[in-house]
Every structure is written in C-alpha cells, then in structure tokens.
Write a protein that binds this ligand. Sequence first.
Ligand SMILES: Cc1cc2nc3c(=O)[nH]c(=O)nc-3n(C[C@H](O)[C@H](O)[C@H](O)COP(=O)(O)O)c2cc1C
Length: 190
Amino acid sequence: MVERERPLFIPVILGTVRRGRMSLPVATLMAAELARRPGIETELIDIAGLPLRVDDAGEATKDPGFAASMNRADALVVVSPEYNHGYSGMLKHVLDSCLAEYIHKAVGIVGVSAGSFGGTRGIENLLPVLRELGLVTIFWDVNFSSVQTVFDGSGTLLDQSYLRRIEKFLNELVWMARTLRHGREHVALE
Ligand SMILES: Cc1cc2nc3c(=O)[nH]c(=O)nc-3n(C[C@H](O)[C@H](O)[C@H](O)COP(=O)(O)O)c2cc1C
C-alpha cells in the first residue's frame, strides 16, 4: 500500500517539431487523461521546446532539464507521428540524448497518422529503438488514424471511443510502471 501512495511520474513526450502538428492535441489529451488519475503526476514534454543541439548526437547533446525528467520518470508515453512509415527523426535525436535515465522503466507508444494505419508502421520501427534504450515496452498502443478527423479545430476530441482505448493503455502502463519501480528498488540484478 505504501508503494501505491507514492505518486508515479509519467511524462508525455510530444515527438515532433512540425508546424501545425496534429500530434499536439493527441499529446495534450494523453497528459489530461494521466493527470486525472489519482496517484499519477505528469508533464507534457514538447521536443520543439527543448534547446536541441543538432551539431552532435547521443549523450553529448543531453539537455539537463530533459535528462532530469527522464531520471524522475517511472514510465513514458511517447506520442509518435508516422513520417514515411517511420518515426520522427527529431524524436529519435532527443531520445538518443539519454541512456541510464531510461533503464528498467516502462514506455507506451501512441501512434498518430493522417492515413488509416494509426501510426503502426512508425510504432513497429520505434519499438527496437526503445528496447535498446533500456525501456520496457507494453503490449498496448493507442492508434490515432485519420487524426485530422478526430479533433476539431480547437483540439477538442470528437470521437469519444478513443477514451476507452486510452484507459486500457494507461491501465497497462501504470501496472508496468509500478511493477518496474518495485523491481528497481527491491530486486537485485545478479
Ligand atoms: C515527412 C512526413 C511524412 C509523412 N508520412 C506519412 C506516412 O507514411 N503515413 C501517414 O499515414 N501519414 C504520413 N504523414 C502525415 C502525418 O502522419 C500527419 O501529419 C499526422 O497528423 C501526424 O503528424 P503531425 O503530428 O506532424 O501532424 C507524413 C507527414 C510528414 C510531415
């Protein structure tokens, strides 16, 4: 019970810097759904707002604020738009800036696409990257297909059926976050 009383910190990473990005209302919705859960703290990390260095790669580009959020995180929600059947290059650049901060923490992916596949092709490509970073992926995703029809111009969700899917996804992510936090704090690595 003591474990449950300590809030989990689960930030949402908005994985694109594109002007006019539809991943923004998706990430805002995910953060709102996390924030209304008891025992969860969250923040929306907009990679467009990070002081991204693009003259180097990997941990040499580490931003102290982003690294501190990753260090504090128990789990991540990554909002990943599909670009040419892959993930956003800028998302990869930001993720590559940390490593130890991610180890044995949970991650769930929310795919976003204009087409009908809900970002699944980008998700499939992102999964091995997240694994290599030491994150533990859950077996649920959320897929926003034809995303331009899912929100109105002010970012309000038009299709309420997404809420049930998000609930199942977050239930699984929170379970994995709790389980892994217990493991990090109580189970020795042989
Ligand atoms: C460079 C680029 C490539 C894209 N490739 C795809 C694609 O392969 N499949 C698809 O369904 N949509 C594709 N899109 C559309 C995005 O999925 C769409 O803009 C969606 O809203 C998510 O991205 P956003 O957050 O930048 O808006 C592409 C968009 C860009 C900018």
